[in-house]
Structures are given as C-alpha cells and as structure tokens.
Write a protein that binds this ligand. Sequence first.
Ligand SMILES: O=C[C@H](O)COP(=O)(O)O
Length: 249
Amino acid sequence: MRKPIIAGNWKMNNTISQSLKLINEIKSYNLNENVEVVVCVSFTSLYEVKKELKGTNIKLGAQNMHWEDSGAYTGEISPLMLKEIGIDYCIIGHSERRQYFNETDETVNKKIKSALRHGIKPIVCVGETLEDREKAKEKEIVKEQVLKALEGINKKEEIENIVIAYEPIWAIGTGKTASSDDANEMCGFIRNTISKKYGVDISKNIRIQYGGSVKPNNIKELMDKEEIDGALVGGASLNASDFVKLINY
Ligand SMILES: O=C[C@H](O)COP(=O)(O)O
C-alpha cells in the first residue's frame, strides 16, 4: 500500500519571516494523517522552518542540491549541509532547473545517487514539453528521463526511497492541467518502465506524483486515479488554506 505524498514546492518564494508565517498557518489546521505532507522551502528558510516542524508529521524538503559533499563549487549547497539541517526530501531535476540552470539527465542521476547516499529521499521530476506531446513523443521522452535518472541505482531499499513526480512542462504554472486520465496513463507508463527495469514488486511500491496546476478543485479527481500517489504542488502550496484543502482532499 503506497502512502499518498503531497509536497509543496514553494519555489523562489518566501523570505524567512514569510516562510514562518506560512508554515504556522499550515500547522494550525488538522491535517489528513493518511497523507505524507512535505514542504520544500528555499535554502534560506530551511533551518528556521525545521524548528517549527518539531512535533509535527510534516516533512521538510529542499528544492535542489549539489552531488559533491564539499569543494570549490561557489554558490552551491551540499547534501551534508542539508542533512545537518535535518531535511527528509530534496526535489531533483525540476523542469525549471533543467530549463534555466542547465540541469541534465546526467547531473540529475549524480544528485539522486548522492541524495540516497546521505539518506535524503529524492523527488525526481520528469515531464515532456508541449512540443514533445504535439509530436506524440511524450512517452519516449519521459521513459528516457526516468531510465537515465535511475542509471546505476540498483538497491531495492534505495529505489523504494525515490519518489517520481510526473510534471508535464506545459501544465506548470499555466492553469492547464493534464486530464486526470492522461496523468494516470503517464504515471502508469512510468510504473511499467520501472517494472521492466526492477520487477513488479519494486514498481508497486514506488510512489509517483502528478504535478502541474494542481488546485483544490482538481485534486480529488487526480488522487482518485489508481496510478497517481500524490501531487507536487507549486502555486497552490503558497496559500495555507488551499494547500490544506489538497492534503485533506
Ligand atoms: O513543482 C511544482 C510544479 O512545478 C507545479 O507548479 P504549479 O502547481 O504552480 O503548476
């Protein structure tokens, strides 16, 4: 039985004081205990938000990390730095990082391996562009991203700590959501790809989220789908009442 996971990706929003305000608002609600809740906040807010999460079941995530433990990588954040703060998750390979910061399948793979080595659970983002979909290439693209992301990762206990987020790029921040059937079909296709590589048992345990304009009015339809185990949420995670509606869908 896969526990649903709803993760808020705050992206480059919220100063420390704004982050504290938002997390305290979220904490003031009763949250569905059957859902794993994660907030992926900016690097500068991680430490303070972690303190606020003490005594709650809400997990903390970063939005990116470097793969090396330390070194001459000016401006980068290492897994050791994140681990010491006590993060549980790290988003890896978000399309905005692939698009604006030259993230490649190769660096995504290095980051996932590094995260797993440090006991950080990666939320690995994959998804096609509108052009890919118009050319009916979405499955080919997503399959390649998934297989390259997982290259060289073979331990069952490691693979099962990975969460995959299917985020069609054309649905991010646009108000356009993939239909729940299309999202379900792609999540099923990803599970099938994992099944072919690692076997049915592992594929049944790995959690696959959908992301892209998830809102209170479409969450239930998405979560009711068999292959969709949660959501990676941008915009709607910046408003406590909306985010809680997603958790309590
Ligand atoms: O990481 C989250 C996704 O990019 C979705 O963002 P959105 O919910 O604002 O479309």
